[in-house]
Design a protein around this ligand. Structure first.
Ligand code: NAD
Length: 295
C-alpha cells in the first residue's frame, strides 16, 4: 500500500509538528483535535515556522503555499474514513487513546494503519482497542518534531513486518531516521534518558549541585544540547512524570521512581515552559532560577 493521506489526531505540540513534516514530505495531512482552537493554533504555528524559513531564504513562498494547502483542518473523526495512516498524538492517557482508537477502528478502511505517538503506554495494550493488531504500531517522534531527526518504530507483539516497512518509509520520507524497538517501557531513548534524568534529580536532592550547575555540567561536560532540567521543562513535567511512572511500574526498578519534587511541581500545575514555570521560571520571557520555590 502506498500512503498518501494521513490523519493526525491531537493538534497539540506533537500533532502540529507531525502535520508539518508530513505536509513538507508531500502527504495530504488532516489535522483533528477535540478542541477546534487547537487545530487553528496548530496550523497558525506551522505557517509562522515556515514563514521564518521563507524570510531566511531556505524555503520559497510557493513551497510554503503548497505545504499549507496539504494541511486540512478537521473537526470530525469521520474524516479518517479514507486515509491510509492515522497518527494519534492526544494526551498521554491510556483510556483516552483506547477510546479514540476503537472509534477510529469503526471509521477507517480495513487496510488503514493505526499509529500512536505515545511516549510510554505499552503499544500492545493500545492495540487491543482495534480489530486487526497487525496494522497497529508505535510511531514515536521527538520534540520539536520538525527539528529532531529520529522516529522510533515500536513493534507491538502482533505488529506485522509489512506495517513496519510501510511506516518506516513514511517516517523516512518525513526526513526521519528510523529505528525499530520492541514494546518495552520507554522504548530506547526514553528508557536511557529517564535513567539519566533520575540521576540528575538525585544529585539535586543530595545537594550535590544546583539545578543550574547540573544543567551546565551536562552541556559542557557531556556535550548535551540541553541539561536534564532544561530538557524536562521543554518536554513538559507532566509528560516526564507520566513516562517515569510507566517505567517504574513496568520494570519495578527503583532507579525509575518518580522524584517527589517533580510530582509536587506537576500537582501545582508548574509543567515547564508551557505553563511559564517548572524547574526554572520563564515568566519574564527568559529562563531564570525560581525564587518562589526552595529546591
Ligand atoms: N511533548 C513531547 O515532547 C512528546 C514527545 C514524544 C511523544 N509525546 C507524546 O505525544 C502525545 C501528545 O503530546 P503533546 O506534547 O503534543 O500534548 P499536547 O497537550 O500539546 O496536545 C495534546 C492534544 O490532544 C488534544 N486532545 C485531547 N483529547 C482529545 C480527543 N479526545 N480527541 C482529539 N484530540 C484530543 C488536546 O486538545 C491537545 O491539543 C502524548 O502521547 C505524548 O506522550 C510527547
Amino acid at each position: 500500500m502506498e500512503v498518501k493521506k494521513i490523519f493526525v489526531v491531537g493538534a497539540g505540540f506533537m500533532g502540529a509538528g507531525i502535520a508539518q513534516v508530513g505536509a513538507q514530505a508531500g502527504y495530504e495531512m488532516y489535522l483533528y483535535d477535540i478542541a477546534p482552537a487547537a487545530v487553528e493554533k496548530g496550523i497558525a504555528g506551522i505557517k509562522k515556522l515556515l514563514a521564518k524559513k521563507v524570510d531566511k531564504g531556505s524555503m520559497t513562498q510557493e513551497a510554503l503555499d503548497a505545504t499549507m494547502n496539504l494541511i486540512k483542518p478537521s473537526s470530525s473523526l469521520d474524516d479518517a474514513a479514507d486515509v491510509d495512516l492515522v497518527i494519534e498524538a492526544v494526551y498521554e492517557n491510556a483510556d483516552l487513546k483506547k477510546d479514540i482508537f476503537s472509534k477510529l477502528d469503526a471509521i477507517c478502511r480495513e487496510d488503514c494503519i493505526l499509529a500512536t505517538n505515545t511516549s510510554s503506554i505499552p503499544i500492545t495494550s493500545l492495540a487491543t482497542a482495534v480489530k486487526n493488531p497487525a496494522k497497529f504500531i508505535g510511531m514515536h517522534f521527538f520534540s520539536p518534531v520538525p527539528v529532531m531527526r529520529l522516529c522510533e518504530l515500536i513493534r507491538a507483539i502482533k505488529t506485522s513486518d509489512e506495517t513496519i516497512a510501510i511506516v518506516a518509509e513514511v517516517a523516512q520520507k518525513m526526513g526521519k531516521t528510523t529505528v525499530v524497538a520492541k514494546d518495552v517501557p520507554g522504548f530506547i531513548v526514553n528508557r536511557i534518558n529517564s535513567a539519566m534524568r533520575c540521576e540528575a534529580y538525585k544529585c539535586l536532592e543530595e545537594g550535590v549541585a544546583t539545578i543550574e550547575d547540573i544543567d551546565k555540567a551536562m552541556k559542557m561536560g557531556a556535550n548535551h544540547p540541553m541539561g536534564p532540567f532544561e530538557l524536562a521543562d521543554f518536554v513538559g513535567l507532566d509528560v516526564n512524570y507520566s513516562v517515569l511512572s510507566t517505567l517504574y511500574a513496568g520494570y519495578k526498578d527503583n532507579k525509575f521512581a518518580p522524584n517527589l519534587t517533580l510530582e509536587k511541581l506537576v500537582t501545582a500545575g508548574d509543567l515547564g515552559r508551557k505553563t511559564g514555570k517548572g524547574w526554572y521560571d520563564y515568566s519574564s520571557g527568559e529562563k531564570k532560577p525560581r525564587t518562589d520555590v526552595k529546591f
